[in-house]
Design a protein around this ligand. Sequence first.
Ligand SMILES: Cc1cc2nc3c(=O)[nH]c(=O)nc-3n(C[C@H](O)[C@H](O)[C@H](O)COP(=O)(O)O)c2cc1C
Length: 191
Amino acid sequence: MGNSIVQLMQSRVSSPRLTEPAPDKGVMERVYRCALRAPDHMMLRPWRYLIIESSMRAALGDIFAGSAVKQDASMKPHQVEKFRAMPMRAPMMVIAISENITHPKVPVEEQVISCGAGVAYMLLALQAEGFGGVWRTGPLAENSYLKTALDIAAHETLVGFLYIGTPCGELKPVPETDLDTHFKPWQPPAQ
Ligand SMILES: Cc1cc2nc3c(=O)[nH]c(=O)nc-3n(C[C@H](O)[C@H](O)[C@H](O)COP(=O)(O)O)c2cc1C
């Protein structure tokens, strides 16, 4: 099955249910360093990550709820409370942002992809360290009120909310995928 890194990558799964403890500072520093090794055209480093520590989750939940209501004033109270509770689903969270720097050779899409690679590296690193995470977006990722409240500029992309903690119970089994469905040898078109 190849070396241990390749094995780890093939066994990566998301952990939608997360509990205490959060990884400690040392673990998270290693996880963050992995994100900073994402491939990066012209070395723009077009990423920034907001770390939501445990004690900040309630304040973030209030911002989630307020932003959701501003977007949809007809929202029912129980729906608003669902948004408020979102950050409490894990002991900590990282919000990934692509800065989308204007550059003649590096389109915005490449910067968003690069940030996404950083998130994927963090998921892998978390699992390697014995922790877990899940990458979520949903309507809040495109909510302009939320972006303003979090000081995310309109031109920046909120690439994802990475929920982090200790997986509840066993990790999910890796789903079966058929290599040949996704990978096919290319051949030049017939003349
Ligand atoms: C950009 C992006 C956004 C996602 N947003 C959500 C989301 O909002 N809610 C959710 O349940 N899963 C979301 N997912 C999917 C999960 O993170 C996860 O990849 C999926 O459940 C498959 O599980 P696996 O990673 O274990 O294969 C998103 C994935 C990506 C790449």
